[in-house]
Design a binder for this molecule. Sequence first.
Ligand code: CAA
Length: 262
Amino acid sequence: MDFNNIILEKEEKIAVVTINRPKALNALNSETLTELDSVIDEIDKDNEILAVVLTGAGKSFVAGADISEMKDMNVVEGRKFGILGNKVFRKLENLEKPVIAALNGFTLGGGCEIAMSCDIRIASTKAKFGQPEVQLGITPGFGGTQRLARLIGPGAAKELIYTGKIINAEEAYRLGLVNRVIEPETLLDEAKQLANTIAANAPIAVKLAKSAINRGIQTDIDTGVSIESEVFGACFSTEDQKEGMNTFLNDKKYLTGNFKNK
Ligand code: CAA
């Protein structure tokens, strides 16, 4: 499928999704959100794809939700736009394949929010982060009030959201918003390498681990470990578990790179 604002490339076991609206610094308008929704569906259905890299074209990752589109919205339209963004980002978060955000530049507002819906965030030294919404007269609307507090804690999240201040990649790393900071020239390669490393492991086990972490983080520890026991048990119905363990016991090596996804 062709998209106006998104480029979807498949490289063997990984997909690279590039938000491509550089004239507006990749700001998310309804069209881009709807396209993203379709891209996630396409990746979900594609059994060849085992991990995803999400990045932005040009000097920005995503500079936020589209301010031109939001400018004249009324209460009903504003709410509808927020629901659309939240629906798409939740779908991304729940995608049964790990998503690595390669944050190449401005990661602001809706950009920070989509990054937080990914599993792993790596940033270029040039990336800038923030939730500037209150400086526009709105709150974060695509999950920022919820995911930022969960990711970096309520105190740091409240400071960022209430002030709207922009922070650099080192500060984002210090706060735990990103996993690591990398030179811009190698960012995409490192993200792809990470995606390929993950894609070489048992896909069903990775999928179940993602689900257990995402579900468990929202609950108490007793419910969490019971979710873990459920997914751990489910692994033993797979061929990959049998073959993976036999390979280790017989050949003293991992099956990495040769799992069947069965
Ligand atoms: N929406 C719409 N257009 C945007 C945009 C956005 N979020 N961010 C940038 N653009 C547009 C600019 O209007 C400009 O368009 P024109 O060339 O037609 O004038 C173009 O992108 C380039 O931007 P700048 O000239 O401003 O580039 P810069 O390098 O000087 O500044 C920037 C970059 C600091 C990121 C600045 O563009 C900026 O502050 N952008 C807005 C950031 C923001 O407030 N994001 C939050 C949006 S609200 C939100 O996201 C709500 C939510 O939670 C759902």
